[in-house]
Ligand binder design. Structure first.
Ligand code: PMP
Length: 447
Protein backbone atom coordinates (compact mmCIF):
# COMPACT_ATOMS: atom_id res chain seq x y z
CA UNK A 1 0.00 0.00 0.00
CA UNK A 2 1.30 3.50 -0.79
CA UNK A 3 1.67 6.22 1.85
CA UNK A 4 -1.34 8.00 0.37
CA UNK A 5 -3.40 4.87 0.86
CA UNK A 6 -2.33 4.50 4.49
CA UNK A 7 -3.19 8.09 5.30
CA UNK A 8 -6.56 8.17 3.56
CA UNK A 9 -9.60 8.39 5.81
CA UNK A 10 -11.92 5.41 5.78
CA UNK A 11 -15.14 6.65 4.21
CA UNK A 12 -16.55 3.20 3.61
CA UNK A 13 -19.81 4.07 5.36
CA UNK A 14 -22.54 1.52 5.96
CA UNK A 15 -21.52 -1.94 4.82
CA UNK A 16 -23.90 -3.21 2.14
CA UNK A 17 -22.51 -5.98 -0.04
CA UNK A 18 -21.95 -5.60 -3.78
CA UNK A 19 -24.51 -8.33 -4.51
CA UNK A 20 -27.23 -6.56 -2.48
CA UNK A 21 -26.42 -3.23 -4.10
CA UNK A 22 -26.33 -4.85 -7.55
CA UNK A 23 -29.76 -6.39 -7.08
CA UNK A 24 -31.24 -3.02 -6.19
CA UNK A 25 -29.22 -1.24 -8.89
CA UNK A 26 -30.59 -3.62 -11.53
CA UNK A 27 -34.13 -2.61 -10.59
CA UNK A 28 -33.28 1.06 -10.82
CA UNK A 29 -30.78 1.39 -13.69
CA UNK A 30 -30.35 -0.49 -16.99
CA UNK A 31 -27.96 -3.34 -16.25
CA UNK A 32 -27.47 -1.89 -12.77
CA UNK A 33 -24.90 0.57 -14.12
CA UNK A 34 -24.44 4.03 -15.57
CA UNK A 35 -22.05 2.92 -18.34
CA UNK A 36 -22.34 -0.50 -20.02
CA UNK A 37 -18.85 -2.03 -19.64
CA UNK A 38 -19.08 -1.66 -15.86
CA UNK A 39 -21.74 -4.39 -15.83
CA UNK A 40 -19.13 -7.19 -16.29
CA UNK A 41 -21.16 -8.68 -19.16
CA UNK A 42 -17.98 -9.62 -21.02
CA UNK A 43 -16.36 -11.39 -18.08
CA UNK A 44 -19.36 -12.63 -16.12
CA UNK A 45 -20.08 -12.24 -12.43
CA UNK A 46 -21.36 -9.39 -10.36
CA UNK A 47 -19.68 -5.99 -10.66
CA UNK A 48 -17.92 -4.82 -7.53
CA UNK A 49 -19.34 -1.67 -5.98
CA UNK A 50 -16.43 0.52 -4.98
CA UNK A 51 -16.53 2.68 -1.91
CA UNK A 52 -13.06 4.11 -1.57
CA UNK A 53 -9.83 4.71 -3.45
CA UNK A 54 -6.41 5.93 -2.38
CA UNK A 55 -3.26 5.86 -4.48
CA UNK A 56 -3.24 2.70 -6.59
CA UNK A 57 -5.70 0.89 -4.31
CA UNK A 58 -9.49 0.61 -4.32
CA UNK A 59 -11.85 -1.00 -1.80
CA UNK A 60 -15.23 -2.52 -2.51
CA UNK A 61 -18.41 -2.58 -0.44
CA UNK A 62 -17.54 -6.09 0.73
CA UNK A 63 -14.26 -4.98 2.30
CA UNK A 64 -12.11 -6.33 -0.54
CA UNK A 65 -8.90 -4.46 -1.43
CA UNK A 66 -7.59 -4.31 -4.99
CA UNK A 67 -4.62 -2.91 -6.84
CA UNK A 68 -6.33 -0.89 -9.57
CA UNK A 69 -5.36 -0.66 -13.25
CA UNK A 70 -8.69 0.76 -14.44
CA UNK A 71 -7.96 4.18 -12.97
CA UNK A 72 -11.50 5.36 -13.72
CA UNK A 73 -10.75 4.41 -17.37
CA UNK A 74 -7.85 6.82 -17.69
CA UNK A 75 -8.30 10.04 -15.75
CA UNK A 76 -6.48 9.01 -12.57
CA UNK A 77 -2.89 9.38 -13.76
CA UNK A 78 -1.99 10.59 -10.24
CA UNK A 79 -3.87 7.75 -8.56
CA UNK A 80 -7.01 7.86 -6.43
CA UNK A 81 -7.58 10.78 -4.07
CA UNK A 82 -4.18 12.37 -4.61
CA UNK A 83 -3.78 14.76 -1.64
CA UNK A 84 -3.04 17.83 -3.82
CA UNK A 85 -6.03 17.15 -6.04
CA UNK A 86 -8.37 16.57 -3.09
CA UNK A 87 -7.12 19.73 -1.37
CA UNK A 88 -7.69 21.74 -4.55
CA UNK A 89 -11.20 20.36 -5.00
CA UNK A 90 -12.17 21.14 -1.39
CA UNK A 91 -10.68 24.64 -1.47
CA UNK A 92 -12.34 25.54 -4.76
CA UNK A 93 -15.72 24.02 -3.87
CA UNK A 94 -15.73 25.98 -0.63
CA UNK A 95 -15.56 29.18 -2.66
CA UNK A 96 -18.53 28.25 -4.84
CA UNK A 97 -18.85 25.20 -7.03
CA UNK A 98 -20.37 26.74 -10.16
CA UNK A 99 -21.20 30.20 -11.43
CA UNK A 100 -22.20 29.92 -15.06
CA UNK A 101 -19.88 32.87 -15.59
CA UNK A 102 -16.22 33.11 -16.64
CA UNK A 103 -13.70 32.30 -13.89
CA UNK A 104 -9.91 32.72 -13.59
CA UNK A 105 -9.40 28.95 -13.35
CA UNK A 106 -10.72 28.48 -16.91
CA UNK A 107 -8.15 30.94 -18.20
CA UNK A 108 -5.41 29.13 -16.30
CA UNK A 109 -6.55 25.81 -17.75
CA UNK A 110 -6.67 27.23 -21.28
CA UNK A 111 -3.18 28.72 -20.81
CA UNK A 112 -1.85 25.39 -19.52
CA UNK A 113 -3.37 23.31 -22.33
CA UNK A 114 -2.32 25.64 -25.15
CA UNK A 115 1.23 25.84 -23.74
CA UNK A 116 1.50 22.04 -23.62
CA UNK A 117 -0.23 21.21 -26.93
CA UNK A 118 0.87 23.78 -29.53
CA UNK A 119 -1.70 22.73 -32.18
CA UNK A 120 -4.40 23.94 -29.76
CA UNK A 121 -4.40 27.69 -30.32
CA UNK A 122 -7.88 28.19 -28.91
CA UNK A 123 -10.16 25.85 -27.04
CA UNK A 124 -13.59 25.33 -25.55
CA UNK A 125 -14.12 23.41 -22.30
CA UNK A 126 -16.99 20.91 -22.13
CA UNK A 127 -18.00 18.26 -19.59
CA UNK A 128 -17.19 14.91 -21.24
CA UNK A 129 -15.24 13.27 -24.02
CA UNK A 130 -18.48 12.58 -25.85
CA UNK A 131 -19.29 16.27 -25.90
CA UNK A 132 -15.77 17.12 -27.06
CA UNK A 133 -15.87 14.75 -30.05
CA UNK A 134 -19.46 15.59 -30.96
CA UNK A 135 -18.68 19.32 -30.90
CA UNK A 136 -15.43 18.93 -32.84
CA UNK A 137 -17.31 17.08 -35.55
CA UNK A 138 -20.05 19.72 -35.78
CA UNK A 139 -17.37 22.39 -35.95
CA UNK A 140 -15.49 20.55 -38.71
CA UNK A 141 -18.71 20.35 -40.73
CA UNK A 142 -19.43 24.02 -40.11
CA UNK A 143 -15.90 25.14 -40.98
CA UNK A 144 -15.64 23.10 -44.20
CA UNK A 145 -19.26 23.25 -45.35
CA UNK A 146 -19.02 19.46 -45.95
CA UNK A 147 -20.83 16.53 -44.37
CA UNK A 148 -18.85 13.28 -44.64
CA UNK A 149 -16.72 11.85 -41.87
CA UNK A 150 -14.04 9.17 -41.98
CA UNK A 151 -13.48 7.16 -38.82
CA UNK A 152 -11.72 3.92 -38.01
CA UNK A 153 -13.14 0.56 -37.01
CA UNK A 154 -12.60 -0.02 -33.28
CA UNK A 155 -12.00 3.64 -32.41
CA UNK A 156 -14.47 5.10 -29.93
CA UNK A 157 -15.25 8.79 -29.81
CA UNK A 158 -18.13 8.89 -27.36
CA UNK A 159 -21.76 8.16 -28.10
CA UNK A 160 -22.91 10.92 -30.47
CA UNK A 161 -24.98 9.49 -33.35
CA UNK A 162 -22.42 10.08 -36.11
CA UNK A 163 -19.70 8.41 -34.10
CA UNK A 164 -21.51 5.22 -33.05
CA UNK A 165 -20.57 3.42 -36.22
CA UNK A 166 -18.27 0.44 -35.78
CA UNK A 167 -17.20 1.97 -32.50
CA UNK A 168 -14.80 0.43 -30.02
CA UNK A 169 -14.96 0.32 -26.21
CA UNK A 170 -18.30 -0.97 -24.89
CA UNK A 171 -19.61 -1.46 -28.44
CA UNK A 172 -16.79 -3.89 -29.18
CA UNK A 173 -17.13 -5.58 -25.80
CA UNK A 174 -20.86 -6.16 -26.23
CA UNK A 175 -20.34 -7.52 -29.75
CA UNK A 176 -19.25 -10.73 -28.03
CA UNK A 177 -22.27 -10.94 -25.75
CA UNK A 178 -25.13 -12.98 -27.21
CA UNK A 179 -28.15 -10.92 -28.16
CA UNK A 180 -26.24 -7.66 -28.51
CA UNK A 181 -26.17 -5.67 -31.69
CA UNK A 182 -22.44 -5.17 -31.45
CA UNK A 183 -19.80 -3.75 -33.69
CA UNK A 184 -20.58 -5.54 -36.92
CA UNK A 185 -23.72 -3.56 -37.83
CA UNK A 186 -23.79 -0.08 -39.30
CA UNK A 187 -24.90 1.84 -37.28
CA UNK A 188 -23.82 -0.16 -34.25
CA UNK A 189 -26.44 1.24 -31.86
CA UNK A 190 -30.19 1.10 -32.20
CA UNK A 191 -31.67 4.56 -32.43
CA UNK A 192 -29.08 5.99 -34.79
CA UNK A 193 -30.86 6.85 -38.06
CA UNK A 194 -29.33 5.16 -41.10
CA UNK A 195 -29.24 8.56 -42.80
CA UNK A 196 -26.88 9.86 -40.11
CA UNK A 197 -24.74 6.70 -40.05
CA UNK A 198 -24.46 6.86 -43.86
CA UNK A 199 -22.40 10.05 -43.53
CA UNK A 200 -19.76 8.18 -41.51
CA UNK A 201 -17.41 6.02 -43.55
CA UNK A 202 -15.48 3.44 -41.52
CA UNK A 203 -12.03 2.19 -42.50
CA UNK A 204 -9.58 -0.27 -40.92
CA UNK A 205 -7.19 1.34 -38.42
CA UNK A 206 -3.61 1.62 -39.68
CA UNK A 207 -4.69 1.10 -43.30
CA UNK A 208 -3.26 4.16 -45.05
CA UNK A 209 -4.14 2.80 -48.49
CA UNK A 210 -7.83 2.50 -47.57
CA UNK A 211 -7.81 6.15 -46.51
CA UNK A 212 -6.10 7.14 -49.75
CA UNK A 213 -8.76 5.29 -51.74
CA UNK A 214 -11.58 6.90 -49.72
CA UNK A 215 -10.17 10.34 -50.52
CA UNK A 216 -9.95 9.45 -54.22
CA UNK A 217 -13.65 8.58 -54.12
CA UNK A 218 -15.10 11.62 -52.38
CA UNK A 219 -12.37 14.15 -51.95
CA UNK A 220 -14.70 17.18 -52.05
CA UNK A 221 -17.21 15.82 -49.54
CA UNK A 222 -15.02 14.81 -46.60
CA UNK A 223 -15.31 17.29 -43.74
CA UNK A 224 -13.01 15.47 -41.36
CA UNK A 225 -11.02 12.39 -40.46
CA UNK A 226 -11.28 11.52 -36.76
CA UNK A 227 -8.82 9.11 -35.19
CA UNK A 228 -7.46 7.99 -31.85
CA UNK A 229 -3.77 8.62 -32.60
CA UNK A 230 -3.03 5.69 -30.30
CA UNK A 231 -6.14 3.53 -30.23
CA UNK A 232 -7.26 2.65 -26.72
CA UNK A 233 -10.79 1.46 -27.28
CA UNK A 234 -10.11 -1.82 -29.08
CA UNK A 235 -7.42 -2.39 -26.49
CA UNK A 236 -4.20 -0.49 -27.06
CA UNK A 237 -3.13 -0.35 -30.72
CA UNK A 238 -0.28 2.01 -31.64
CA UNK A 239 -0.30 3.81 -34.99
CA UNK A 240 1.80 2.10 -37.67
CA UNK A 241 4.79 4.15 -38.85
CA UNK A 242 3.55 6.71 -41.38
CA UNK A 243 -0.17 6.17 -40.74
CA UNK A 244 -0.82 9.46 -38.94
CA UNK A 245 1.44 11.31 -41.39
CA UNK A 246 -0.61 9.95 -44.31
CA UNK A 247 -3.82 11.16 -42.67
CA UNK A 248 -2.25 14.59 -42.26
CA UNK A 249 -1.14 14.78 -45.90
CA UNK A 250 -4.46 13.56 -47.32
CA UNK A 251 -6.52 15.95 -45.18
CA UNK A 252 -4.32 18.90 -46.06
CA UNK A 253 -4.48 18.14 -49.78
CA UNK A 254 -8.27 17.76 -49.76
CA UNK A 255 -9.15 20.63 -47.42
CA UNK A 256 -10.55 18.22 -44.82
CA UNK A 257 -9.84 18.66 -41.11
CA UNK A 258 -7.80 16.12 -39.16
CA UNK A 259 -9.24 15.53 -35.67
CA UNK A 260 -7.12 13.72 -33.11
CA UNK A 261 -9.27 12.28 -30.36
CA UNK A 262 -6.79 12.44 -27.49
CA UNK A 263 -9.38 11.92 -24.75
CA UNK A 264 -7.26 9.01 -23.51
CA UNK A 265 -3.81 9.92 -24.85
CA UNK A 266 -3.84 13.65 -23.99
CA UNK A 267 -1.38 14.26 -21.12
CA UNK A 268 -1.20 10.44 -20.82
CA UNK A 269 1.41 9.38 -23.39
CA UNK A 270 3.35 12.60 -22.77
CA UNK A 271 2.64 16.20 -21.88
CA UNK A 272 1.93 17.04 -25.52
CA UNK A 273 -0.12 13.88 -26.06
CA UNK A 274 0.23 11.52 -29.01
CA UNK A 275 0.63 14.42 -31.43
CA UNK A 276 3.90 15.42 -29.76
CA UNK A 277 5.04 11.81 -29.45
CA UNK A 278 4.53 11.09 -33.17
CA UNK A 279 5.18 14.61 -34.47
CA UNK A 280 1.90 15.07 -36.38
CA UNK A 281 -0.14 18.26 -35.98
CA UNK A 282 -3.92 17.86 -36.21
CA UNK A 283 -6.33 20.70 -37.00
CA UNK A 284 -8.54 19.90 -34.01
CA UNK A 285 -7.93 17.90 -30.83
CA UNK A 286 -10.33 16.40 -28.29
CA UNK A 287 -9.18 16.02 -24.70
CA UNK A 288 -10.82 14.63 -21.56
CA UNK A 289 -10.00 12.20 -18.76
CA UNK A 290 -6.56 13.31 -17.40
CA UNK A 291 -7.28 17.03 -17.80
CA UNK A 292 -10.24 16.63 -15.44
CA UNK A 293 -8.22 14.86 -12.75
CA UNK A 294 -11.19 12.55 -12.06
CA UNK A 295 -13.95 15.14 -12.46
CA UNK A 296 -16.14 15.47 -15.58
CA UNK A 297 -14.20 17.45 -18.18
CA UNK A 298 -13.68 17.53 -21.93
CA UNK A 299 -12.02 19.97 -24.30
CA UNK A 300 -12.03 20.57 -28.01
CA UNK A 301 -9.64 22.99 -29.57
CA UNK A 302 -7.19 23.62 -32.36
CA UNK A 303 -6.54 26.03 -35.20
CA UNK A 304 -7.54 29.58 -34.32
CA UNK A 305 -9.29 30.18 -37.67
CA UNK A 306 -11.37 27.04 -37.17
CA UNK A 307 -12.19 27.74 -33.50
CA UNK A 308 -13.39 31.19 -34.51
CA UNK A 309 -16.33 29.46 -36.20
CA UNK A 310 -17.63 28.52 -32.70
CA UNK A 311 -20.41 30.67 -31.14
CA UNK A 312 -20.43 33.48 -30.14
CA UNK A 313 -17.67 34.34 -32.67
CA UNK A 314 -19.15 32.20 -35.41
CA UNK A 315 -22.20 30.18 -36.47
CA UNK A 316 -21.35 26.72 -34.96
CA UNK A 317 -23.41 26.57 -31.78
CA UNK A 318 -22.29 24.74 -28.67
CA UNK A 319 -22.84 25.54 -24.99
CA UNK A 320 -22.83 23.99 -21.51
CA UNK A 321 -24.27 24.84 -18.07
CA UNK A 322 -21.28 23.36 -16.24
CA UNK A 323 -18.61 23.94 -18.94
CA UNK A 324 -15.37 25.16 -17.38
CA UNK A 325 -16.68 24.26 -13.95
CA UNK A 326 -14.22 25.68 -11.39
CA UNK A 327 -13.99 22.54 -9.24
CA UNK A 328 -13.26 20.41 -12.30
CA UNK A 329 -10.73 22.96 -13.59
CA UNK A 330 -8.92 22.90 -10.26
CA UNK A 331 -8.83 19.09 -10.11
CA UNK A 332 -7.39 19.07 -13.62
CA UNK A 333 -4.85 21.80 -12.96
CA UNK A 334 -3.59 20.10 -9.78
CA UNK A 335 -3.20 16.87 -11.76
CA UNK A 336 -1.39 18.52 -14.68
CA UNK A 337 0.98 20.20 -12.22
CA UNK A 338 2.27 16.75 -11.23
CA UNK A 339 3.11 15.76 -14.80
CA UNK A 340 6.72 16.76 -15.41
CA UNK A 341 9.35 14.87 -17.43
CA UNK A 342 10.28 12.74 -14.44
CA UNK A 343 6.64 11.71 -14.02
CA UNK A 344 6.38 10.55 -17.63
CA UNK A 345 9.65 8.67 -17.34
CA UNK A 346 8.39 6.91 -14.24
CA UNK A 347 5.07 6.05 -15.93
CA UNK A 348 6.95 4.66 -18.91
CA UNK A 349 9.24 2.54 -16.73
CA UNK A 350 6.32 1.12 -14.73
CA UNK A 351 4.37 0.45 -17.94
CA UNK A 352 7.36 -1.31 -19.49
CA UNK A 353 7.93 -3.43 -16.38
CA UNK A 354 4.28 -4.50 -16.33
CA UNK A 355 4.14 -5.24 -20.07
CA UNK A 356 7.41 -7.19 -20.00
CA UNK A 357 6.36 -9.07 -16.88
CA UNK A 358 3.01 -10.10 -18.40
CA UNK A 359 4.67 -11.20 -21.65
CA UNK A 360 7.26 -13.23 -19.75
CA UNK A 361 4.87 -15.10 -17.46
CA UNK A 362 2.59 -15.85 -20.43
CA UNK A 363 5.47 -17.20 -22.48
CA UNK A 364 6.60 -19.40 -19.59
CA UNK A 365 3.03 -20.66 -19.16
CA UNK A 366 2.83 -21.45 -22.87
CA UNK A 367 -0.05 -18.97 -23.34
CA UNK A 368 -0.14 -16.81 -26.48
CA UNK A 369 -0.24 -13.16 -25.46
CA UNK A 370 0.61 -10.03 -27.44
CA UNK A 371 1.13 -7.02 -25.16
CA UNK A 372 0.63 -3.67 -26.89
CA UNK A 373 1.89 -0.67 -24.94
CA UNK A 374 2.45 3.04 -25.38
CA UNK A 375 3.83 4.61 -22.18
CA UNK A 376 1.49 3.91 -19.28
CA UNK A 377 -1.37 2.43 -21.35
CA UNK A 378 -1.25 -1.22 -22.35
CA UNK A 379 -3.35 -4.24 -23.27
CA UNK A 380 -2.39 -7.91 -23.13
CA UNK A 381 -4.30 -9.57 -25.99
CA UNK A 382 -4.83 -13.33 -25.79
CA UNK A 383 -3.65 -14.01 -29.32
CA UNK A 384 -0.45 -15.13 -30.99
CA UNK A 385 -0.60 -12.69 -33.90
CA UNK A 386 0.15 -8.95 -33.92
CA UNK A 387 -2.79 -6.68 -33.07
CA UNK A 388 -2.82 -3.74 -35.48
CA UNK A 389 -6.53 -3.07 -36.02
CA UNK A 390 -10.03 -4.11 -34.90
CA UNK A 391 -10.02 -7.32 -36.97
CA UNK A 392 -6.79 -8.56 -35.42
CA UNK A 393 -7.92 -7.46 -31.93
CA UNK A 394 -11.08 -9.51 -32.37
CA UNK A 395 -9.00 -12.62 -32.96
CA UNK A 396 -8.16 -12.51 -29.24
CA UNK A 397 -9.66 -15.23 -27.05
CA UNK A 398 -12.19 -13.27 -24.99
CA UNK A 399 -13.11 -16.27 -22.83
CA UNK A 400 -9.48 -16.68 -21.87
CA UNK A 401 -9.37 -12.97 -21.01
CA UNK A 402 -12.50 -13.36 -18.86
CA UNK A 403 -10.83 -16.19 -16.89
CA UNK A 404 -7.67 -14.12 -16.54
CA UNK A 405 -9.69 -11.13 -15.33
CA UNK A 406 -11.32 -13.20 -12.57
CA UNK A 407 -8.02 -14.91 -11.73
CA UNK A 408 -6.47 -11.49 -11.14
CA UNK A 409 -9.48 -10.20 -9.23
CA UNK A 410 -9.34 -13.24 -6.92
CA UNK A 411 -5.71 -12.29 -6.24
CA UNK A 412 -6.46 -8.65 -5.44
CA UNK A 413 -5.75 -7.05 -8.84
CA UNK A 414 -8.46 -5.14 -10.73
CA UNK A 415 -8.08 -4.74 -14.50
CA UNK A 416 -10.67 -3.69 -17.10
CA UNK A 417 -13.59 -6.15 -17.40
CA UNK A 418 -13.09 -6.46 -21.17
CA UNK A 419 -10.34 -7.61 -23.53
CA UNK A 420 -10.86 -4.47 -25.62
CA UNK A 421 -9.83 -1.80 -23.14
CA UNK A 422 -6.59 -0.22 -21.97
CA UNK A 423 -4.97 -0.91 -18.61
CA UNK A 424 -3.64 2.26 -17.01
CA UNK A 425 -0.60 2.62 -14.77
CA UNK A 426 -0.57 5.68 -12.52
CA UNK A 427 2.04 7.65 -10.61
CA UNK A 428 0.72 5.99 -7.46
CA UNK A 429 1.79 2.52 -8.63
CA UNK A 430 5.17 1.30 -7.42
CA UNK A 431 7.67 -1.18 -8.81
CA UNK A 432 6.58 -3.49 -5.97
CA UNK A 433 2.92 -3.16 -7.08
CA UNK A 434 3.97 -4.21 -10.58
CA UNK A 435 5.91 -7.22 -9.21
CA UNK A 436 2.83 -8.25 -7.20
CA UNK A 437 0.69 -7.90 -10.32
CA UNK A 438 3.04 -10.03 -12.41
CA UNK A 439 3.05 -12.69 -9.65
CA UNK A 440 -0.75 -12.63 -9.63
CA UNK A 441 -0.75 -12.96 -13.44
CA UNK A 442 1.59 -15.94 -13.24
CA UNK A 443 -0.72 -17.67 -10.77
CA UNK A 444 -3.86 -16.72 -12.72
CA UNK A 445 -2.43 -18.13 -15.96
CA UNK A 446 -1.42 -21.38 -14.22
CA UNK A 447 -4.85 -21.91 -12.64
N1 PMP B 1 -12.96 9.50 -26.97
C1 PMP B 1 -12.17 8.53 -26.49
C2 PMP B 1 -10.89 8.22 -27.20
C3 PMP B 1 -12.54 7.83 -25.33
O1 PMP B 1 -11.74 6.86 -24.87
C4 PMP B 1 -13.74 8.18 -24.68
C5 PMP B 1 -14.21 7.46 -23.43
N2 PMP B 1 -13.61 6.30 -23.10
C6 PMP B 1 -14.53 9.18 -25.24
C7 PMP B 1 -14.11 9.83 -26.37
C8 PMP B 1 -15.82 9.58 -24.59
O2 PMP B 1 -15.57 10.19 -23.38
P1 PMP B 1 -16.70 10.25 -22.23
O3 PMP B 1 -16.89 8.85 -21.77
O4 PMP B 1 -16.11 11.16 -21.22
O5 PMP B 1 -17.92 10.81 -22.86
Amino acid sequence: MTDAAKEAPDTTGVAVSSSVLYAEACRLMPGGVNSPVRAYRAVGGIPLFLVRGAGATVWDADGGEYLDYVGSWGPLIAGHAHPAVVRGIVETAAAGSSFGAPTPLEVEMARTVTASVPSIEMLRMVSSGTEAAMSALRLARAATGRRDLLKFDGCYHGHADSLLVKAGSGMMTLAHVPGSRGAAGVPSSAGVPDEIAALTRVLPYNDAEAVRAAFQDRRQEIAAVIVEPVAGNMGVVPPAPGFLETLRDLCSAAGALLIFDEVITGFRVGRGGAQARYGVRPDLTCLGKVIGGGLPVGVYGGRRDVMQVVAPLGPAYQAGTLSGNPVAMRAGLETLRLLDDAAYQRLDELGAALADGLATVARRAGVDIVVNRVGSMLTPFFTGTPVVDAASAQRADVDRYARFFHGLLDRGVMVPPSQFEAWFVSLAHTAEDVRRTVDAARAALAA
